[in-house]
Design a protein around this ligand. Structure first.
Ligand SMILES: Cc1cc2nc3c(=O)[nH]c(=O)nc-3n(C[C@H](O)[C@H](O)[C@H](O)COP(=O)(O)OP(=O)(O)OC[C@H]3O[C@@H](n4cnc5c(N)ncnc54)[C@H](O)[C@@H]3O)c2cc1C
Ligand code: SF4
Ligand code: SF4
Length: 630
């Protein structure tokens, strides 16, 4: 694909020495997740007529179809993290003759169970209501579908079902779609190329800037300095997911619509596992769990063909515990007797972690503006009632593509008004919007506990959103208790101080020692499935970062870190990339970062001038997971 390169350098007013190349295209996309996949699949099929002539013409390269480039941060297509079980409505609409056999690791959903996991250890923190419920379940287990300390819910509402749907691997699926899109020859996808910022001129987005290479940790030019190119485009499609730096930049610049916020989220961590040879689990099996290791932690277990399973947990923002370490909690979850009987003898193939945006429609930013449009989870598309994000993200991408084709054919510019009329109207009229309205307040009950949360979900789901148990979501930094408060009556402040000092001397995180003190068993590492966090990180070189880039995690106000006692950013880091530093300010090691975004949400100090954000900034960065199995 020909692109026009303007050789005149761009000189920045604040950095007169930096000269940047400029390239002009018609459309630039940030991120290649399901949302962009839906966008590019729809668009790429309709840019060229059957006789090879352009169906619509490029403004930058006359006589050619529109020049479309997509930049993806991760080192390759499909290095993202997701479940995935999906009803696949949008996917099936796009590929009516979908041959599932072409997508490795895919399976039709064959069986679904929702399980309430009892606590066989007695170490979790359960409310009085849950303790009574647990006692009743144990007392009547002869009459209930209870096995291996788990109650198989005899009935679940239909809105939770994925029957007729598909189990996929996000990585394998995205690689398959990427190949389909690129084979049309009308779109370029560039992995390993993070976008560092949107270029905004007088409130109009005019394109993006790519990340500088050959810089030190602070971003200062060093050996081999190559300034990131400026890509100018009539339309910038922002699809960088729930923790995308470009989405965050636009939110900071344009603000959020009244009453909207992104306070609700969960960190999802998953393992991809080879199940034992004699596994009784059939491909297509879907298990969802709640209740253990803590009542607030939800789990998923999906079985792919060839004895491979994707399994993991979500640690939600409303989990009022400073012990928010997904890796450790995941190991206790796997060791629950109901699950361990399936997992024992299994082998870890791959793992990953990522934020799931759980604000849903309330997390919706301004969807369009002059020169830009937002799609996917970063645009608030994820359905928080059904826990479904892939299909919705894809559908919003498709809606934008249809809008773009309409505007291109009518030779209308990508103004806020035109995008509103073509894209936002389509989105508002679609099933994504209708279901998002039902889901909008469905999870609010969790603000005051799991039982209330489950009731709220059932109420909203069964009444089509007309009723809900509403509570205003609270920013996480306001609700995470101190370690001393959390362990009151279980571990004394003196013991906590002693363990803290011991862990500091070893430069290790505190959560393992504290959880063990509070009754959690030591993890019986087997080197196959249960292994230390470090070993998992080093496994097969699946977490990497190329040299020559700036640190993408930044501690904004070091003085806030100095005064911060709990330092939950260290405890919660999914990649052990944040460790104790000198003077109380943590260290960040890019080579271990899996780009999950847990640190931005888990930091307990708000920014003095913006209480919706914390003391950690998450910039564009390279590296992270190197696995297309997740
Ligand atoms: C553990 C887990 C399990 C899940 N399970 C399910 C499930 O079972 N079913 C379901 O439907 N949904 C599930 N979801 C949610 C689902 O994965 C998301 O809703 C979906 O991936 C959103 O798609 P997206 O395209 O909007 O964003 P993403 O998938 O987040 O894609 C965004 C892309 O942008 C890239 N990017 C970010 N910043 C930049 C930058 N600066 N420059 C260039 N590229 C950038 C990222 O690397 C990424 O590839 C799960 C999520 C998690 C974390
Ligand atoms: S980043 Fe946040 S949680 Fe971490 S030490 Fe600083 S203030 Fe504390
Ligand atoms: S430093 Fe990286 S791995 Fe650790 S929590 Fe933050 S984004 Fe996740």
């Amino acid at each position: 694909m020909a692109v026009l390169v303007i050789s005149s350098p761009v000189t920045e007013s604040n950095s007169p020495l930096i000269e940047r190349q400029r390239m002009d295209v018609d459309i630039v996309c940030v991120g290649f997740g399901p949302a962009t996949a839906g966008f590019l699949t729809t668009l790429s099929k309709q840019l060229v007529n059957t006789d090879g002539t352009p169906a619509v013409e490029s403004a930058t390269t006359p006589g050619m179809p529109p020049q479309i480039v997509c930049y993806e941060r991760a080192a390759d297509i499909g290095f993202g993290v997701s479940g995935v079980v999906t009803k696949a409505r949008a996917l099936r609409a796009m590929f009516p003759d979908l041959d599932r056999a072409q997508i490795p690791m895919s399976a039709p959903v064959s069986e679904e169970k929702v399980l309430y996991l009892l606590d066989p250890i007695g170490a979790s923190r359960r409310s009085a209501t849950l303790r009574v419920a647990d006692a009743m379940i144990r007392a009547f287990k002869w009459a209930l579908p209870v096995e291996h300390d788990a109650l198989n819910l005899p009935w679940t509402p239909s809105f939770l079902h994925k029957d007729g749907g598909l189990i996929l691997s996000m990585g394998q699926f995205m690689q398959w779609v990427g190949a389909q899109v690129q084979s049309t020859g009308t779109v370029q996808i560039w992995p390993g190329t993070p976008v560092s910022q949107a270029l905004i001129e007088q409130n109009k987005v005019v394109g993006v800037r790519l990340l500088d290479q050959g810089v030190d940790k602070k971003g200062k030019p060093a050996d081999g300095f190559t300034p990131g190119m400026d890509i100018h485009a009539a339309l910038t499609v922002v699809a960088d997911g729930p923790v995308g730096p470009i989405g965050q930049q636009l939110d900071a610049h344009f603000g959020m619509p009244d009453g909207h916020h992104t306070r609700d989220w969960a960190v999802g961590m998953k393992f991809v596992v080879d199940l034992p040879e004699d596994t009784p689990l059939k491909p297509g099996t879907v298990l969802h769990t709640f209740g253990f290791p803590e009542p607030e932690i939800f789990g998923f277990f999906y079985v792919h063909p060839d004895r491979v399973a994707s399994l993991g947990i979500f640690v939600p923002s409303w989990f009022d515990s400073p012990m928010r370490t997904a890796y450790r909690q995941l190991q206790h979850w796997m060791l629950h007797p109901y699950l361990w009987r399936y997992l024992k003898g299994g082998k870890l193939r791959s793992w990953g972690a990522k934020t799931l945006g759980e604000s849903g429609r309330r997390g919706e930013p301004h969807l369009v503006g002059d020169g830009y449009a937002r799609v996917g989870e970063g645009s608030g598309s994820t359905n928080v009632l059904t826990g479904s994000g892939v299909d919705e993200a894809w559908a919003t991408g498709t809606q934008l593509a249809e809008a773009v084709l309409e505007l291109l054919k009518a030779k209308k510019p990508f103004t806020k008004q035109n995008l509103d009329e073509a894209y936002v109207k389509r989105r508002r009229a679609s099933w994504v919007e209708k279901e998002a309205i039902v889901a909008e307040k469905s999870r609010d009950g969790f603000q005051k506990g799991v039982v209330r949360g489950m009731l709220g979900m059932a109420l909203a789901g069964l009444t089509n959103g007309r009723l809900s148990l509403s509570d205003d979501p609270v920013p996480p930094w306001k609700r995470i208790p101190s370690i001393e408060e959390y362990y009151q009556g279980r571990v004394s402040p003196e013991e906590i101080a002693r363990l803290h000092a011991e862990c500091q001397a070893r430069n290790s995180s505190l959560h393992g020692a504290l959880m063990e003190k509070a009754g959690w068993p030591v993890i019986p590492y087997d080197g196959q499935l249960l292994m230390s966090h470090q070993d998992a990180l080093l496994m097969g070189g699946k977490v990497q970062a190329p040299a020559g880039y700036a640190d993408h995690v930044e501690f904004l106000n070091p003085e806030l870190c100095e005064k911060c006692g709990a330092k939950i950013c260290i405890e919660a880091c999914s990649g052990q990339a944040i460790t104790l530093g000198n003077d109380g300010v943590p260290n960040f090691d890019r080579e271990k970062c899996v780009h999950c975004g847990a640190c931005i949400w888990n930091c307990t100090r708000p920014l003095p001038d913006n209480p919706e954000r914390t003391n950690i900034a998450f910039h564009a960065g390279t590296g992270g997971l190197h696995s297309a199995e997740n």
